[in-house]
Write a protein that binds this ligand. Structure first.
Ligand code: PRP
Ligand code: ZN
Ligand code: MG
Length: 210
């Protein structure tokens, strides 16, 4: 039996479940159960917070997982990547209040920036010689400017509607992301074989969609 971790709720959840179903893997899911087993493939599905998935896969609590590259690279876990999945595309962007006169990245010198991605943001700013104060918060980042917590934010943008609803405008693209399949480095032979079967099915699904 192979154990896969996917996001419990969020941008990746539906697409992750859809991919598993398109691979011909059946399972019964209820929004309250955090674990389910396939009825026709040796796969157990764990529903977790996306931020926890790389750590669980690295530790072997889950054998494989589906997670956004944004979370993976932020946590320094890129080496776990097995396959780019091409869905849940988004970007990590800097945004400021829409009425601000923003002309270049230098405008962020000395500013307070709220983000859940301090590492990705820090390397982007450092590469450009900008020094700002990074405030790490775990969610609802987009409200930070309107409550006086920060001058700017750095968060995930997909459709852009969260930015608009919060009176913000995107000013810099920091990182481009999509969903990836990750795997533990020390899978036993049995699990490795199941992973290969799964990968074969994923690749067929991807070919059919091209
Ligand atoms: C991101 C971000 C916004 C939303 C933006 O959250 O924090 O909440 O997506 O999407 P939009 O541009 O389509 O409005 P994410 O799904 O990554 O979930 P999480 O931060 O709760 O992990
Ligand atoms: Zn998250
Ligand atoms: Mg969010």
């Amino acid at each position: 039996m192979l154990r896969i971790a996917i996001q419990k709720s969020g941008r990746l959840s539906d697409d992750s479940l859809k991919l598993i179903r398109e691979c011909g893997i059946s399972f019964i899911s209820s929004s309250l159960k955090l674990k389910t087993e396939s009825t026709n493939f040796p796969l157990e599905i764990l529903f977790l917070r996306d931020d926890d998935i790389p750590g669980y896969v690295a530790d072997g609590v889950a054998d494989i997982g589906i997670v956004g590259q944004n979370v993976l690279v932020e946590e320094g876990m890129q080496h776990l990547t097995v396959e780019e999945l091409g869905f849940s595309k988004c970007r990590l962007s800097l945004a400021v209040p829409k009425g601000d006169n923003y002309s270049s990245i230098e405008d962020l010198n000395g500013k307070n920036i709220a983000t859940s991605y301090p590492n990705l943001l820090q390397s982007y700013l450092s590469e450009r010689g900008v020094q700002a104060n990074i405030h790490t918060i775990s969610g609802s980042v987009e409200i930070a400017p309107s409550i006086g917590l920060a001058d700017a934010i750095c968060d995930i943008v997909s459709s852009g509607s969260t930015l608009i609803s919060n009176g913000l405008k995107e000013v810099e693209r920091v990182f481009k992301s999509q969903a990836v399949l990750i795997a533990n480095k020390d899978l036993n032979a049995e699990k490795q074989e199941i992973l290969e079967k799964l990968l074969f099915r994923i690749q067929s699904v991807q070919r059919a969609q091209r």
